[in-house]
Design a binder for this molecule. Structure first.
Ligand code: MN
Length: 201
């Protein structure tokens, strides 16, 4: 657990980082960003408890915008929008296991992190702390464990989903979606959250 920013040197040289965040609620423009969880392909999971008075976190911001580090999310659209609002950075490049799942697993409509992890990794993730108070000054051991568990399997999920996407000839389409995702998040922040600008009406 780091207060305010990533610890110096953490995740230096990682070419991909699994990432998630916890907020006080789900509304952009209302709810503060509280915690960011990060994990490289191997090694420790890093939890950053942000200073909500300044959001001064230069090492975290550098990682989010590093063109040589792929950020792997599950439903990155929300986290990326939150990072844009509170940290003022456009996160890229990104991968989203939810988008990959929707393109690869067309035999189901269950694309939640718990559903995808259960099927592809065989692990049952707990949901118990999902709706807890992430704005608390001191997080409980249960919150810390829950926050960390949300990034534990993202690298393995990406591997499984990539194999399925390649098998089905959908990798290029998935990559195009990942490339667009930061811009989709920027549209959310700019006021086009509900509108589908690709729709006819
Ligand atoms: Mn989470």
């Amino acid at each position: 657990m780091h207060q305010g920013d990533l610890s110096p040197g953490a995740l230096d040289g990682a070419t991909s980082v699994a990432i998630d965040s916890e907020t006080l609620g789900l509304k952009l423009g209302r709810d503060p960003l509280c915690v960011v969880q990060l994990k490289g392909p191997e090694g420790d999971t890093h939890l950053v408890q942000l200073d909500r008075s300044s959001y001064d976190a230069p090492r975290l911001k550098r990682l989010l915008t590093d063109p040589n580090t792929l950020k792997i999310f599950h439903f990155g659209r929300f986290d990326i929008a939150m990072f844009l609002v509170h940290l003022g950075v456009m996160t890229a490049p990104v991968y989203c296991t939810k988008i990959a799942s929707k393109l690869a697993r067309t035999y189901t409509d269950r694309h939640g992190l718990r559903d995808v992890t259960r099927e592809l990794i065989g692990v049952d993730l707990s949901k118990a702390q999902q709706s807890s108070d992430w704005g608390a000054a001191v997080l409980s051991p249960e919150q810390v464990a829950y926050a960390a568990s949300d990034v534990t399997h993202l690298h393995a999920l990406r591997e499984r989903l990539d194999a399925m996407l390649v098998r089905e000839g959908r990798m290029a389409l998935a990559q195009a979606c990942f490339d667009f995702l930061p811009h989709r998040a920027a549209l959310d922040v700019a006021g086009w959250e509900e509108a589908d600008i690709f729709a006819h009406a």
